[in-house]
Design a protein around this ligand. Structure first.
Ligand code: GLV
Ligand code: GLV
Length: 321
């Protein structure tokens, strides 16, 4: 019998084609975020589910699918929406898509860094409001980044890619994380390993690249923000809940830090209303991996993972519980 493969959201056609070679594929028509009851009905009897970060994948999800479920392949690098131990306990393989979105996400993080330090959004809003303006030596001055220190929280693949970009822009690198990076990475980036507190004190820009876990939820809270320099900027392209968004809104409104560049939010798609009012915040709507090339590569990797497990082969990029 051909395996049943459920794809929870529309993915790139070449990835669907690959899945159709192996099984009977179901995709919601039209594409939409399925409410939990519809999702659970849709995955009943699935041997493989290709999922996204929209869905809560937990014991109830596994039960709704049934005992034949072998693999959940998420089209994302982050898997905080997945209860990996609960699935592992049922023998279900979980895979994610590391690597293929590293550069796209690092580009967006660096773009937010430039946008907030150089006030792109403010300038654009001024022009679009048709406010009269003229070139002036003191007009919309930003902050230069050359010679400044970038603090990377989580020097994984994406953090390293952001650090490389920062080096090319003349910044120096400090980092923190659960463990020290390889010596050759430290040497390449001329990066110093610090505690989080030291990093917050020293950095002119702090960029977050750790996954969301119980340990990193609200890692950047009011105390952490107060530890940062009043001239410093915070960039977040990982998960909104790594930052206490209300505390950040307060800190930005009260000059505790200079600005922020945010691609992710605690209660997406909601954004804290204060952040929407402030000029010292650059905002994008969770676009880190949103290039055509990257989204296709992510879908292909997820499809290859699902197919590998269905064939009894090792997955390419398993999440290890
Ligand atoms: C996107 O946020 C991802 O985790 O891939
Ligand atoms: C994953 O790609 C990471 O940022 O470590």
């Amino acid at each position: 019998m051909r395996p049943r493969i459920v794809v929870t959201r529309k993915i790139a056609e070449p990835a669907l084609a690959l899945l159709r070679e192996t099984g009977d594929v179901w995709v919601p028509e039209p594409d939409r975020a399925l409410p939990t009851d519809e999702l659970h009905a849709a995955i009943a009897g699935a041997d493989a589910v290709v999922s996204t970060l929209h869905e809560r994948v937990d014991a109830a999800f596994a039960d709704a699918a049934g005992a034949q479920l072998k693999v959940v392949a998420t089209v994302a690098v982050g898997y905080d929406n997945i209860d990996v131990p609960a699935l592992a306990a049922r023998g279900i393989v979980v895979t994610n898509t590391p690597g293929v979105l590293t550069d796209a996400t690092a580009d967006l993080a660096f773009g937010l860094l430039l946008s907030v330090t150089r006030r792109f959004g403010e300038g654009e809003r001024l022009l679009r409001s048709r406010t009269p303006w003229e070139f002036d030596l003191g007009f919309l001055l930003g902050t230069g980044i050359q010679g400044k220190t970038l603090g990377i929280v989580g020097l994984g693949q994406i953090g390293t890619a952001v650090a490389r970009r920062a080096r090319a822009f003349g910044m120096s690198i400090v980092y923190t994380g659960r463990r020290r990076a390889d010596t050759d990475v430290e040497r390449e980036l001329d990066a110093r390993y610090l505690t989080l507190e030291e990093l917050l004190r020293e950095s002119d820009v702090v960029s977050l690249h750790c996954p969301l876990t119980p340990q990193t939820r609200h890692l950047i809270d009011a105390d952490a923000l107060a530890t940062m320099k009043p001239t410093a900027y915070l960039i977040n392209t990982t998960r909104g809940a790594v930052v206490d968004e209300a505390a950040l809104a307060d800190a930005l409104a009260n000059g505790v830090i200079a600005g922020a560049g945010l691609d992710v939010f605690e209660k997406e798609p909601e954004v804290h209303p204060t952040l929407l009012e402030l000029d010292n915040v650059a905002l994008t709507p969770h676009l880190g991996s949103a290039t055509r090339e990257t989204r296709t590569a992510m879908a292909m990797l997820a499809a290859r993972n699902a197919v590998a497990v269905l064939r009894g082969d090792d997955p390419l990029t398993p999440v290890v519980p």
